[in-house]
Ligand binder design. Sequence first.
Ligand SMILES: C[S@@+](CC[C@H](N)C(=O)[O-])C[C@H]1O[C@@H](n2cnc3c(N)ncnc32)[C@H](O)[C@@H]1O
Length: 364
Amino acid sequence: MALAGVAGAVPARFLALLGGSASTRYYTGLAPWQGVSPEGEVGPFSAEMGGSNRGEQVMVGVLRRPAGLFLLAAGCLFAGGASAQAMFSLFVATKDEIAARMVALADPKSGETVIDLGSGDGRLVIRSAKDRPGVRGVGVDIDAKLVGDATANSDAEGVSDRVRFMQQNVFDADLSKVDVIYMWLFPELMRLLRPKILREARPGTRVVSQMFDMGDWQSDRSDEQQDTVRLWVVPAKVQGNWQWTLTLPNGRRASYAAVVEQQFQKSDAAVRVGKERRATRMFVLRGDEVTFSLTIPLPGLPNQDHEFTGKVRGNVITGTVKLRRDYDADTNSYKFIELPWRAVRSTQTSYFAPTGLPTPTVLP
Ligand SMILES: C[S@@+](CC[C@H](N)C(=O)[O-])C[C@H]1O[C@@H](n2cnc3c(N)ncnc32)[C@H](O)[C@@H]1O
């Protein structure tokens, strides 16, 4: 489809809805999404995409008044019908070379299921099933014709027994049983989908996209060639208060209370044992797997080093903790004792428990 044709494909009524006007200008290239127009104007911008069905990745940007329009657009997205939503992200096929890199980064394995939110002609789902034996796939797209094309393509490529395409709004897609989510949609649409993904997808689900980022949610990995392909791992929810006890090598018991803070996959914690409080080190959350180190005095054990490793399952973390013991000169290393670790989420924390001291009078 020629550029002029793509621009023309965006109905004037829709542009008017988005605030497009005589001042609206069209231009090509990637700059609009990266914040600078060819004329050097700084974003944020929104964008319309259009292009040929065959790989060209032609982009047509629409500069428009950003903030109010974003809200208006978001309002339309939720209040309006499917036709309005489709205009948020027109069909542009991912180039074959980029599709191959997206599948490589997602790395779907036999028995896993991928979904493409806005599946177009089905190429990401079909390639995943074709290149990776035993992988299943679902594609959802708002455009019935594209759903038909994708289904025909899956027949032609001999993977129709493992893939399925359906006409559906991406906001209605079931993300609770998939292992990989592909999506290449307008940046604002991806941003609006972010809470749904974090709420509904299982911890560990890989999200793979190209070109656009996800704002504050930084990618866990990326393949930065000419067109950046990014991967995010859906993190488990660890924010809050956790408690556990350990029976120590000296036979005494220690009760731990942790306050965990979390922003997407970034977390850390303050831990209390008795009257001692320390911060965790090297807190890593990847999907449902959590690891961190802690050095804190325990009953009868001064400054005990710990290495925690566990899996988050809702309100419970189960795993092991290694306690560092004596230095072994023979092996030139420290000995460790490994104990089972089971932390439970609690609604209260003893960390900030009332001290019992009289409350100071607040001056007027
Ligand atoms: C940029 S294309 C990407 C196509 C394909 N995923 C690929 O990478 O080749 C975006 C697709 O999302 C679809 N789409 C846009 N808004 C949608 C919505 N709200 N729900 C479902 N699909 C949508 C469009 O019809 C289009 O096929």
